[in-house]
Design a protein around this ligand. Structure first.
Ligand code: NAP
Ligand code: ZN
Length: 350
């Protein structure tokens, strides 16, 4: 099936229209017309080959919301007309120890990313959500709570699960002081979730223009992280800090804010290594962890939680023709707080 899409042909040129081939629907597959696709900073890291792992052409997009247009014979838990989501993964073995624990992101045979991943069925690489439609195994298709605004719910498919999973794993709850570093796509959803879990939430931002918004989004306190006088009163006081920053920054400045046994979990993936002052861990037996999205079961749990608590992203809806400008703004931290592409704007390639 030929489908319209937007692709990067190399690391330096802008994204532009192309047409691509989607596989014929198999018996386990759900065929989805894409309505909205969120723009994650990982799309930008990948398109610009900042992680040095991109194969071109690259069609990003892993915050997909769409309408089911057809289902395979064994995919009848979905039906034509259903509103569904697809996140960062589209395949995994589902039989290894990690898959059996609902941690498909750590599939021992290697999961298939929604884009820029070897496509085990079609050959070549997978193509993501900056496109008209997608065909996905039912095991990787999520149900979207009915009353959520669809465009604003799209970012939950990556930003939502990537923040929900470490907050839950670290039992963030009432009575805890929790920091969120970076108020971008992930960070602003993280604030809403940590608040919904009952924590006292402190946002660390480099952007003074985001202070008011941070409070509106639910933060109890906001700290301009470049101001040492604002950082100092928070030394040794946090239970948990979630670091969503996409670029080089000093993680030691946050580690020392943790109390005894506190944990800082890194979800941002800057292209270059960060330096670690081991003393910031040793004093206070603090720990530093990473976290990668979340499994499908937990993603559905997150969506249902967001449905119940009416949590979605604050978005700027853009036509796909504005995607290159949106990337330039992401680099400048000028995002309030997630760009979402209205896929109705997609036109056929000439
Ligand atoms: P984003 O919307 O661009 O937000 C990143 C935020 O980090 C910015 O808004 C800014 O917040 C802060 N920031 C940027 N440059 C900075 C710098 N030089 N120093 C300090 N702070 C800076 O990005 P996103 O989509 O939320 O993604 C964030 C990161 O998470 C990316 O690296 C992405 O690849 C990664 N990611 C990881 C996973 C995972 O599973 N681990 C999943 C999705 C994304 P302020 O303006 O508030 O300072
Ligand atoms: Zn993402």
């Amino acid at each position: 099936m030929k489908v319209n899409a937007y692709a990067a042909q190399n690391a330096t040129t802008t994204l532009a229209p192309v047409d691509i081939q989607r596989r014929d629907r198999g018996k386990h597959d759900v065929e989805i017309d894409i309505l909205y696709c969120g723009v994650c900073h990982s799309d930008l890291h990948t398109v610009r080959n900042e992680w040095e792992s991109t194969t071109y052409p690259c069609i990003p997009g892993h915050e997909i919301i769409g309408r089911v247009v057809n289902v395979g014979a064994q995919a009848n838990k979905f039906k034509k007309g259903d509103i569904v989501g697809v996140g960062c993964m589209v395949d995994a073995c589902l039989t290894c120890a990690n898959c059996k624990k609902d941690l498909e992101q750590f599939c021992e045979k290697g999961m298939t990313w929604t884009y820029n991943s070897p496509d085990k069925l079609m050959g070549g690489m997978t193509f993501g959500g900056y496109s008209e439609s997608i065909v996905v195994d039912k095991a990787f298709v999520l149900k979207i709570p009915k009353h959520l605004d669809l465009a604003s719910a799209a970012p939950l498919l990556c930003a939502g699960i990537t923040t929900y999973s470490p907050l839950r794993r670290n039992h963030v709850r009432k009575g805890q002081k929790v920091g969120i570093v970076g108020l971008g796509g992930l960070g602003h959803v993280g604030v809403k979730l940590a608040k919904a879990f009952g924590a006292h939430v402190v946002v660390f931002t480099t952007s003074p223009s985001k202070v008011e918004d941070a409070l509106r989004l639910g933060a109890d306190e906001v700290v301009i992280s470049t101001n040492a006088d604002e950082m100092k009163p928070h030394l040794n006081s946090f239970h948990f800090i979630l670091d969503t920053v996409s670029a080089q920054h000093d993680i030691n400045a946050y580690l020392v804010l943790l109390g005894r046994d506190g944990n800082l979990t890194q979800v941002g993936v800057p292209a270059k290594p960060l330096s670690l002052n081991v003393g910031s861990l040793v004093f206070g037996q603090r720990s530093l962890s990473g976290s990668l999205i979340g499994g499908i079961k937990e993603t559905q749990e997150m969506l249902d939680f967001c449905g119940k608590h009416n949590i979605t992203a604050d978005i700027e809806l853009i036509p796909i023709q504005n995607i290159n400008e949106a990337y330039d703004r992401l680099v400048k931290s000028d995002v309030k707080y997630r760009f979402v592409i209205d896929m109705a704007s997609l036109q056929p390639a000439l």
